[in-house]
Design a protein around this ligand. Structure first.
Ligand code: AHM
Ligand code: MG
Length: 412
């Protein structure tokens, strides 16, 4: 089987690396800042004909990744664990009405976000946490459903006793994830998803038993620019896993007949311009003026394209971003007068999605700056998020550029 270094996903070879993304972004009219990564971009390991033919499994893809990029070898077992967890979660979601896994916890548990936890929130968190923990590659895990980072432990007995595990292994990576995003929709059979991001673990030692919480937290407080990999799994009419290693975005679909994720969307390229906007319009009266003006233009046909857009909003970020990647357009959860930093979490929602969207040739912004550039100060920090087709996001940015940031609800 012939293996080649990646140069096939876009017409220009350079377009596959982060700076290539920046180049495409720069071609658009926009003022959005170029993406610059200090880390060398990996070469995507692909088969010579992978962009015109499918049939490559995720496992095979990751084996090839490790061969082409030995420094990324440990990601193979991490992705294998995410894959297994995704299959389990997909089954749990699909069968929840049959197995009684609908509704909220009887204990009325509230997570760190102040949100009531659904049974599936808790179970899917355990599934993903345990799957990642057993890879032996993880240092620290942070999840929407955890109020502190979970450190990975070698001690099997202790593992089940505590939510926060204290001894540190030699794990090279840090994972941040939202195990079941959009879970408020799940009992109605509406699409939900898992979002994940993988960073390198920059902390040599941290021990939660010594109250070393800050040091452990620091492992997870990295900007999107430091992501080594990110992805989502969409639980819908099919189960899709879309991922990036920083060299293009790749989409796999779960084939239940063979029990494998198969590459169905090689080299995802978001259309440069779409016809769909996706925002919770109930919040419109509370948005910044530039955003209100932008949406007014799209909904009436008075925008740059002089065509009226259509509105699609699921209220599950994974579903809304998935559609935006494939069909183009713009998705957003901006700041508003009630939610001054927006609703979406930077670490395990906005930044992983921004990485995927940029790697597919799109853009992701707060309205005032690139999401990937934001240095987090808190694991559960929220951030306004507007992402999608380059021309659409740039049109929105144009509106922001014509007003002063001091007039915004969100002040970075
Ligand atoms: P969650 O992580 O608690 O599920 O909340 C995040 C979800 C996103 O999937 C979605 O974009 C957003 O909340 C929808 O919020 P709203 O119902 O306010 O439109
Ligand atoms: Mg979420």
């Amino acid at each position: 089987m012939q293996r080649v270094l990646v140069a096939l996903c876009f017409s220009a070879a350079a377009a596959l690396v982060p700076n290539g993304v920046a180049a495409r972004a720069a071609n658009a009219k926009a003022p959005l800042k170029a993406a610059t990564f200090e880390r060398a971009a990996p070469t995507a390991p692909i088969f010579s004909d992978v962009c015109s033919e499918t049939g490559v499994t995720l496992s095979r893809f990751m084996i090839e990744t490790a061969l082409a990029n030995p420094e990324l070898r440990e990601l193979e077992s991490i992705f294998s664990s995410i894959e297994t967890a995704s299959k389990t979660i997909s089954n749990l979601v699909r069968r929840s009405a049959l197995t009684g896994l609908t509704g909220y916890l009887d204990s009325g548990n509230i997570n760190i976000q102040g949100e009531e936890q659904k049974k599936l929130d808790v179970i899917t968190n355990e599934v993903l946490k345990n799957a990642l923990r057993y890879t032996g590659r993880m240092g620290v895990l942070a999840s929407e459903e955890e109020d502190a980072p979970v450190e990975v432990d070698d001690d099997l007995d202790e593992r089940y006793k505590k939510e926060i595990i204290v001894e540190k292994t030699t794990g090279k990576y840090v994972a941040v994830f939202d195990p079941l995003d959009g879970s408020s929709n799940v009992d109605a059979g509406i699409p939900t998803g898992t979002i994940f991001g993988i960073f390198e673990d920059k902390q040599d030692e941290c021990d939660l038993s010594n109250g070393d919480l800050d040091a452990c937290l620091e492992s997870t407080l990295q900007p999107g620019n430091s992501l080594v990999a990110s992805g989502y799994v969409l639980y819908s009419s099919a189960t899709h896993l879309f991922m990036t290693l920083g060299a293009g975005t790749y989409g796999f679909t779960y084939d239940e007949h063979i029990g494998e994720f198969v590459l169905t969307h090689p080299c995802v390229e978001i259309p440069k311009r779409g016809k769909i906007y996706s925002f919770n319009e109930a919040n419109r009266p509370y948005w910044d003026k530039p955003l209100q003006g932008y949406l007014e233009g799209l909904s009436t046909g008075a925008g740059e394209t002089a065509t009226q857009y259509t509105s699609r909003y699921i209220g599950s970020m994974v579903g809304d971003v998935h559609r935006t990647l494939l069909y183009g357009g713009v998705f957003g959860y901006p700041a508003d007068a009630k939610n001054k930093n927006g609703k979406l979490r930077l670490l395990y929602e906005a930044a992983p999605m921004a990485f995927l969207v940029e790697q597919a040739g799109g853009l992701a912004t707060t309205g005032r700056g690139r999401i990937m550039d934001i240095e987090p100060t808190n694991v559960h920090q929220r951030v306004p998020c507007i992402l999608g087709s380059a021309d659409d996001v740039n049109e929105c940015l144009g509106k922001y550029a014509s007003t002063s940031a001091s007039e915004d609800i969100y002040q970075p």
